[in-house]
Design a protein around this ligand. Structure first.
Ligand SMILES: Cc1cc2nc3c(=O)[nH]c(=O)nc-3n(C[C@H](O)[C@H](O)[C@H](O)COP(=O)(O)O)c2cc1C
Length: 169
């Protein structure tokens, strides 16, 4: 596996945001806080393309393809070494990611619909499939491939996120 120096997540910059935005603060898994600016502008998933990334065991990004940079709005330099939480959209409750990591630990895989936050504050929907990568029987990281989510998957995910958010308060 590649070795990459992990980067601290930076707060989003207002100057990067396109369109009318709302502001919020989220607390990440490691208890650090990040100010987010987010808009209602959706970037549609490009037909026939896939977003691919490889991470280490902690979800630190080691490689991305060009569709990842295009859809997230971040450059490759900004993404390599960053945690995947750089894409954490405030509409997606923590319970979704708790379940994702539990499934990765217990079964080595997870799949589901995710709303991701872009650098410019917009969002994009994906249907992600994540698999554990093992070498000589030892976990070395994860790979994720995302394709377009169907309208039905998006509607179900929105409903579930709404339900979970109301439980989280
Ligand atoms: C291979 C892989 C891909 C991931 N892809 C995403 C993603 O596209 N969007 C996202 O918000 N989190 C993704 N995650 C989950 C993040 O690691 C993290 O748990 C999530 O963003 C919430 O982080 P936070 O609680 O620190 O804010 C991925 C994790 C792994 C291992």
């Amino acid at each position: 596996m590649l070795t990459i120096t992990p980067k601290q997540l930076q707060c989003m910059k207002k100057s990067d945001i396109v369109g009318k935005y709302r502001k919020t603060t989220i607390k990440h898994f490691d208890n650090t806080e990040r100010t987010l600016y987010y808009t209602d502008i959706e970037t549609p998933f490009p037909k026939g393309e896939k977003i691919i990334s490889v991470t280490n065991e902690q979800g630190i990004i080691l490689t991305v393809n060009s569709t990842f940079t295009k859809m997230s709005g971040y450059s490759k330099d900004e993404l390599l070494g960053a945690p995947h939480a750089i894409l954490h959209h405030p509409d997606v409750p923590k319970a979704v990611f708790r379940e994702l990591w539990k499934s990765l630990r217990e079964n080595g895989e997870w799949q589901g619909c995710v709303k991701n936050l872009r650098k410019d504050g917009g969002y994009y929907w994906v249907f992600a499939k994540i698999f554990a990568l093992c070498r000589h029987g030892k976990l070395v990281g994860y790979t994720s491939t995302r394709t377009a989510a169907t309208p039905e998957q998006i509607a179900a995910c929105e409903q579930e996120c709404y339900r979970l958010r109301s439980l989280e308060g």
